[in-house]
Structures are given as structure tokens and as C-alpha cells.
Design a protein around this ligand. Structure first.
Ligand SMILES: [Zn+2]
Length: 251
């Protein structure tokens, strides 16, 4: 079972529970929502804190939570200092009743990782619903490789990203692909959810493949649309992705 907690303006802190009444949180940028949840669910024991990358809105709650709960902190070995267990690509973590697999997903930051538990992907600021994270430290090639890798997971994979950006991402997607009916349809669905302040995530990978332009850079139609916008030919999928990412940065 996976619950969501909200923090700041648009962050999600994912909380994963198992039948043994253990739980894990992903990217607690703020300790308070987690502490409040634990007080209201005192049967549960916070076993671990999983960190996708070093940004403060994902790590700010670590010290306080660790102090109160003694939970072990798992974080990318090469970019977060306050960890107990440094994780790297393809590690398999034995914390809850199902194993958690670590997938490196660099690009947003150099050491960003995602966590896969059954068909649930906790991908931090790499893959967003209908979008992707900004490239702060890594390269466009790293980010694109990460997105291509994640897009090859099973189609029923649920995408638990760390921010509620879906509607603004879809508005951009609709400008990139004005004739994509799946994007128009998704805007309607997501607008209703947001009207009632409900989360639009997790989404399904199959839905991302239909509506997320950053997962569609290999399609000739998308390459043509991005090239038209830019006014120049694009030689390969990575060039399409790079142009699309900088278009979005200035959108
Ligand atoms: Zn970030």
C-alpha cells in the first residue's frame, strides 16, 4: 500500500507500507508530514528513508526524522552525505516484504537514482507525469538515457514522481503535439482532479508513452514538430530531446 503526503507547494513524499506494519518514506523534504502520519498510525514503524537525489526539497527532513525514528537512510552513494547505506545502480534492497531495486537515473543531478518496488517506480525528479526534470548537473545525454531506460519498464509500471507538475507539463505537451488526442484527453482528466485538489500521480507508464513528449523523441512526427519550432533539422533522438528540454525551460 502506498500513501502520499504533501510538502511545500507541490512536493509529494511517498509512504510505502507492508503487511508487517513497516513503512518507508521516499524523499522527505520536510519531516513534519511524516511525523504527523506516524503519530496518527502508531502501529507502523518507519524502517527506512529512501532518497533519490540531494536537493533540499527531497532531503530536508532526514535529520529530524532519523533523530525521532532511527530509520536507516538509503541514498545515492555519490551525492548525499547524510546516509547510512549508499546505494548504486542495480542494488537490491531488503527492507520491506518485497525487494526494492535501485536504478540509476542521472541527468537532473549526477547521482540521481530511482527505486522500483514491484511495478511501482519512485523516480524523484527524473520522469514526471507528462514531463521530465530539468537538467541541473548531468548532461542531456544522461537524462535522455535515463528516460529511455525507465520507458522500457513494463507498461503497467506506476510512476510515482516527486512533484505535482502534471497540468503545466501537459499544457506544454499540447503545444508540442497539438494533434495528439491522448494529450487533450489527459488535460481534461487532470483538470478535474486538480479542481478538487487531488493528486494526478501515480500515472501509468503506458499513459506517459502516449502523452509525455520527452518519451516520444524517437517518433518521426515529434521530431518534425520540434524541428519546425526550432527552424532547423534535428539529426537524432538525443538532438530532439535536447531541443525539447530547452524549449520547455523557456516555456
Ligand atoms: Zn530536484
Amino acid at each position: 500500500m502506498i500513501d502520499y503526503l504533501t510538502a511545500f507547494d507541490d512536493n509529494y513524499i511517498w509512504l510505502i507500507k507492508d503487511e508487517q506494519l513497516s513503512c518507508v518514506v521516499v524523499d522527505p523534504g520536510d519531516a513534519e508530514p511524516v511525523i504527523n502520519w506516524l503519530s496518527a498510525h502508531s502501529d507502523y514503524h518507519l524502517k527506512a528513508i529512501l532518497i533519490t537525489h540531494h536537493h533540499q526539497d527531497h532531503t530536508g527532513g532526514i535529520a529530524k526524522l532519523k533523530d525521532i525514528t532511527k530509520a536507516a537512510v538509503y541514498a545515492p552513494y555519490n551525492e548525499v552525505t547524510a546516509y547510512d547505506i549508499g546505494v548504486r545502480d542495480l542494488d537490491s534492497l531488503d527492507i520491506l516484504s518485497s525487494k526494492i531495486k535501485v536504478l540509476s537515473s542521472a541527468g537532473h543531478t549526477k547521482g540521481h537514482v530511482s527505486y522500483l518496488l514491484d511495478n511501482n517506480l519512485f523516480c524523484g525528479d527524473t520522469l514526471f507525469a507528462a514531463g521530465c526534470g530539468r537538467i541541473f548537473e548531468g548532461t542531456a545525454a544522461q537524462m535522455y538515457a535515463s528516460l529511455v531506460k525507465l520507458s522500457k519498464l513494463p507498461l503497467d509500471t506506476k510512476i510515482y514522481c516527486a512533484h505535482e507538475y502534471t497540468l503545466s507539463n501537459l499544457r506544454f505537451a499540447a503545444v508540442v503535439e497539438p494533434f495528439n488526442d491522448a494529450i487533450a484527453e489527459r488535460i481534461k482528466e487532470v483538470s478535474v482532479l486538480r479542481k478538487y485538489n487531488l493528486p494526478t500521480v501515480p500515472s501509468l507508464l503506458s499513459e506517459e508513452i502516449r502523452t509525455n513528449p520527452f518519451l516520444r523523441c524517437h517518433l518521426p512526427a515529434v521530431r518534425r514538430l520540434v524541428a519546425e519550432h526550432l527552424g532547423q533539422d534535428l539529426s537524432d533522438d538525443l538532438a530532439v530531446f535536447t531541443a525539447l528540454r530547452s524549449w520547455k525551460d523557456n516555456f
